[in-house]
Design a protein around this ligand. Sequence first.
Ligand code: 9Z3
Length: 375
Amino acid sequence: MHRTAGEPDAHYTPTDIEMEYFAANPKPGDLDRHSTLARTFIEHHVEHKRRVALVTSGGTTVPLENQTVRFIDNFSAGTRGATSAEYFLENGYAVIFLHRQFSLLPYSRHYSHSTNCFLDYMTGTEDGPVVVQNDYQQQMASVLRRYRKAKKENTLLLLPFVTVNEYLWNLRELAMLMHPLGANALFYLAAAVSDFFVPAERMVEHKIQSGEEFAQPNGDVPSEEEQRGRKPAAHMDGKSLMIDLDPVPKFLKLLVDGWAPQAMIISFKLETDPNLLASKAKGALKKYAHHLVIGNLLNTRKWEVLFVSADGAEKWIRVPANRRAKSVTGRTDNGRTGGKDDREPALEIESLIVPEVASQHSHMIEHGDPRRPNG
Ligand code: 9Z3
């Protein structure tokens, strides 16, 4: 007997933080549609006893206005998530790919966001058939074969988000829907999620005016938002734009303790200072008590990552030096890395990360959750 997808866990009581957040910040318009798609997908894989990985990918945005013209973003192109999703599929998982809209996708990533336009892979006479150029035939055939397999077996579900609020609503919904998978569910949280945001009640409705003649005089006449009791998060102060953000609730805590207590949960820790990486990764694991933190540094994330496991073990995974040569595809990160060289190594580090994660997941399924030694 198993519960059907989405049936709430009788033992779970939402925390105050959670109730306050989801009461105060609007449910995304497409959440019900995502939920329906995910429910069917999950039920199918529960029936087939297949493991399901929820892979989050790409960066969340923080809108500054309700009718959004301006927003805060981050660098993530979704390379880690899209590449990992392919390797999870190779390793027998079904994948729910919760990704930033228009970021890299599994399979199509090989041809999108590239300095080559996809048309550059094609050849043909003016009115003859268009075919893939000889140089790309082999690689494209291999990508196409894997893509078709995922489609045929219904193992890949793509669900987009844009804002951090959409991300949180989707994450909670999917985690609840995944309950019936029990330990067969895996969360692989590679998305770059903002730590700060503008709560709905402090969001201004219209485009913030930069010209002084139209600027809302801060303090003189209380704005609608101020009258409702909270200062607008973004406003002009003379010629300067002042932005005052609230912290995003610690969703990892909610996920581990409440939304997905049976699943294996892996988070990523991003740092830029090498001296902080190990201690911050260990700190995250201690704080949230999940299974694995994968630490990575912005500048070396494509060649090395640090695994920190629940038992305190630390292990570096590295692409061997002779496989770090750049490929010639010239992929860019869609301009998000400020033009710095961010091309792909010959061996994708995700091909090393994902089998290791899958093996730790197998161990947990076979021997029980290492965090609860007596079951
Ligand atoms: C990561 O650390 C990812 O590996 C990257 C991947 C975002 C660096 P790209 O998309 O980059 O391949 O260009 N993701 C997690 C980032 C994050 O927000 N982590 C939180 C934190 O560091 C914890 S969940 O506090």
